[in-house]
Structure formats: C-alpha cells, structure tokens
Ligand binder design. Structure first.
Ligand code: URP
Ligand code: ZN
Ligand code: ZN
Length: 460
C-alpha cells in the first residue's frame, strides 16, 4: 500500500514548508515538492498542517493503583490517543515491592500485547531496588528495549524508594546507557500533612491540594537533580507543575547540568481554584496537584526557554464511581485525570493559536523531544525519509468543543467539558495505515506495536 499526502504545510521541530510526503508500506520514503510518484491513495492536504504523530511519554493504562485500576485499557487508551493525534504512548510497568522487574513486565505484556490499537512502549518503574533488581537493569536495556526507569519519591509503602536506592539505581542505569525519570515530591512531608489534615477532620478534595504544597515538589526536584549530577546518570523530572521545581533545574544549569523536564497539559491550563468546588474537585485530584497562575506562566516561559522539554498528559483516568471512593476522605480519591485524547488539540489551541508557543516548538515538545529523549528518534517524532509513517494531518482553523459525550476515552467525565478549541485533528496515519479519518478509527485492536527503544544520552 502506498500513500501520497500532497500540498500540505509540513511542520517538524525545525522546518515549515509546503510539500508532499510519499509513504510506502509503513515508512516515509520521500518528502519534497510536487512529488510525481503513483500512489494507491492520495490525500490532498491543502490548507492543512502535516506534522509527526504525537508522542505522549506519560500514560497509565489499566494500572493497578490506590485499590482500583485506571479505567482506560491499552485498547481504549491507545485508540483515544489516535483520535487525538497521538500515535505512540509510553506506559508504566510497576514493579511490585518484593518481586522482580521481569514479573511485572510479563504482567503488563499480558495486558497490552494484541490489544493496543496505537503504538506503545514501556517505562519500568523501580519500586524496590535491591541486589536482584540491580542485575535486571542490564537485561531491561539490552534484551527488552526498555531504557528508562521510573522512580517515585512519594507513595510510601507502595511505590516510593529512598535516596539510598535512588543513588544506587542511578549509578547502575548510567552504566547501561539508560535514563532515570522521577515523580519528584517529598513523600514524607506529604504523608505528614495528609495525616494532620485527616486528624483535623479536613477531608475535602481541597486538602489534597493543601497536603502537597509547592515546597514538597521544589525540594525533591532539587534533591533528585543533585543525585543525578553526582551519579552522572541522565535524569528526567515527570509532571512538573511549579516555579520552585523549575528553579531547582534552572539553578543546576549554572553548574552546566542538564536535567530533562516534562510538564503536562493540565499544569499549563488549569488552576488550583478547581479544588474549591466541593467534591467535584475530585475530577482534578492528581499528584502533584494543580497550582497557581504564576506557576502556569513559569511553565509556558520554561518551554520557550528550553528548560521544559516535553508536554505529556500523565493520563490516569478513573470513572466517577471510582473517584467516589474518596467521597468522605480526600486521601482515598484515586489520583489522576484523563487527557490522552485532548493533549494535541489543547496544546495547539491554547499554545499555538493563542500565540504562547511557535508551531515548531509545538512539534518539538509534543513529538520530537519525547522521541529523542526516550530513544525512538528518528524512527518516530519527525517527518523524514526512513521514519515510520506516523503523521498527524491537522486543520488549524476548525473550531470544536470538548465533551465526555463525544470523547473516546473510557471515562464518564471530561476534565475540559465545554472547552472551545481552535484546531482539530483531521486525519491520522500510523505506520502507513490511515488510522483516523472523518472521526472514525480505521485500525483494529492489535495493530499497535510495542516499540523497543534505544539508549539515551544526556542531550536532545
Ligand atoms: O495523580 C497521578 N499523577 N496519578 C498517576 C500516578 C502518578 O503519580 O503519576
Ligand atoms: Zn507521578
Ligand atoms: Zn504518572
């Protein structure tokens, strides 16, 4: 099967020109102007943007968490991602404390293999670093193509590791050319504040927010950055929300250090005042919590300063019934919110259309940097001969609104209900196949492939 996309405005992280893309099988084989190749199918992209498929490197699909499972499976989550212009996601395998990394990987493979609709890869979350785990790091990198290791500085007793484990893990990962990513918050401070609020009978979603003040994230981001500097292991801070945390990374640049930073779409757009809506605030209970206007401004500026490298989602949806588990106690509300389908359109509308970031920057933070940082470039994340034909054809002028009644995520509310957007996904191509066209998904469950990733350097 061959496909020719003609007359589009081709945008990558660095280029912006009118041209054609020719695809043979799963691969882009030519990019240029007035390409004359015969094709089985021609798409006229006049007036449309032709960009690399989005890559969301932070999603939790079918994940056991806080006594329940996130409500999108690998099937529903990757399909919803495709509807939103995201062709590849990176999901998290969680080691169970007392068990091996391999056991966890086998469990996650059981859920994802043959069910994913879009492409996916795995980060390995190390929650119990010991002599046995140490031996498995090389195996993950060399044999499984899993080159990034997630750590949690919070959720004590379930996921958190201490600084001794963090230091040893980073030394080992560095030896094998991997990367350590982190949920950077001071777990002990948070646990103290949660217990204090509960003892005082302060049980509404607002106290989820007040139990995780900015300092908890700023302190841990600085500590992680220091350990990364000491060990020489490349580091990546996930879901950064605030000025204090970004300043910890900014300070580290003064000693010539590079730490990768990811923020998520919600931290650029939403405000902590949503927690004042009584229990409805549970829709946005996530960790870290939403913050203030000054933090959003810092994050937008950080993108343009090259300090914030990636915009992801931390997609971790729960049905309203699941959120109600915490109706009487905020600490029992499953943490997370749905956005896998909304990221590309929200970032375009609020970022590019409103003039906060350039179109090249949009592609950089939503497609190219995730591919580079996580060892998938240039197979993914760009439009070039030899790359996978993962393409987002986007109508920059189409107006539409977001709603749970029209989205494809398996969750019964939208965190962005009624938001009016400019810019809409038109057509999505995944490895040469038209995956989304006329608001319909044309690829089947099982089309999504596991993407083995390469080693990562401390540069992008
Ligand atoms: O609230 C969140 N972020 N839920 C998912 C787990 C995590 O910490 O990323
Ligand atoms: Zn997290
Ligand atoms: Zn997460």
């Amino acid at each position: 099967m061959s496909l020719l996309i003609k007359n589009g405005r081709i945008v990558t992280a660095t280029d912006d020109y009118k041209g054609d893309v020719f695809i043979q099988g799963e691969t882009i084989t030519a990019v240029g102007t007035n390409l004359g190749q015969q094709a089985d199918r021609i798409i006229d992209a006049l007036g449309l943007l032709v960009m690399p498929g989005g890559i969301d490197p932070h999603v939790h699909l079918d994940m056991p968490f806080m006594g329940t499972f996130s409500s999108d499976t690998h099937e529903t989550g990757t399909r919803a991602a495709l509807f939103g212009g995201t062709t590849t996601v990176i999901d998290f395998v969680l080691q169970r404390q007392g068990h091996s990394l391999k056991e966890a990987l086998t469990e996650w493979q059981g859920r994802a293999t043959g069910t994913a609709v879009g492409d996916y890869s795995f980060h390995m979350a190390v929650t119990d670093y010991n002599d046995n785990t140490q031996k498995e790091i090389r195996q993950m990198v060399e044999e499984e193509g899993i080159t990034s290791f997630k750590t949690f500085m919070a959720y004590k007793g379930a996921l958190m590791i201490d600084d001794r484990q963090m230091t040893a893990l980073m030394q080992e990962v560095r030896l094998h050319g991997g990367l350590v990513t982190v949920h950077a918050t001071n777990g002990d401070m948070i646990d103290y504040l949660i217990a204090k609020h509960r003892a005082e009978g302060k049980l509404s979603p607002l106290y989820h927010y007040l139990s995780q003040p900015e300092v908890t994230e700023a302190e841990a981001s600085g500590r992680f950055t220091d350990i990364s500097n000491y060990t020489g292991c490349p580091g990546y801070i996930v879901h950064m929300t605030c000025e204090g945390a970004l300043n910890a990374v900014r300070n580290a640049t003064r000693r010539n250090q590079k730490v990768f930073v990811e923020t998520c779409i919600q931290y650029l757009l939403l405000d902590a005042n949503l927690y004042e809506r009584d229990f409805e605030g549970a829709k946005w209970v996530m960790s870290p919590p939403l913050r203030q206007k000054k933090d959003r401004e810092t994050l937008w500026a950080g993108i343009n300063q090259g300090l914030v490298n990636v915009v992801a989602t931390d997609h971790c949806p729960f049905m309203w019934k699941q959120k109600l588990m915490g109706e009487k106690d905020f600490s029992k509300i499953p943490n997370g919110h749905p956005a896998i389908e909304n990221r590309m359109e929200l970032l375009y509308s609020e970022g590019v259309h409103k003039g906060r970031i350039s179109l090249n920057k949009y592609v950089e933070v939503a497609c190219t940097n995730p591919a580079k940082i996580f060892g998938m470039f240039p197979r993914k994340g760009t439009i070039a001969p030899g790359s996978d034909a993962d393409i987002l054809i986007f109508d920059p002028n189409a107006k539409h609104s977001l709603s749970a009644s029209t989205h494809h995520m398996n969750v019964d509310y939208s965190a962005y209900e009624g938001w009016e957007l400019t810019g809409k996904v038109h057509t999505v191509v995944l490895r040469g196949k038209i995956a989304i066209e006329k608001d319909e998904c044309l690829v089947e469950k099982g089309y999504g492939q596991f993407i083995r990733r390469g080693k990562t350097g401390n540069f992008i």
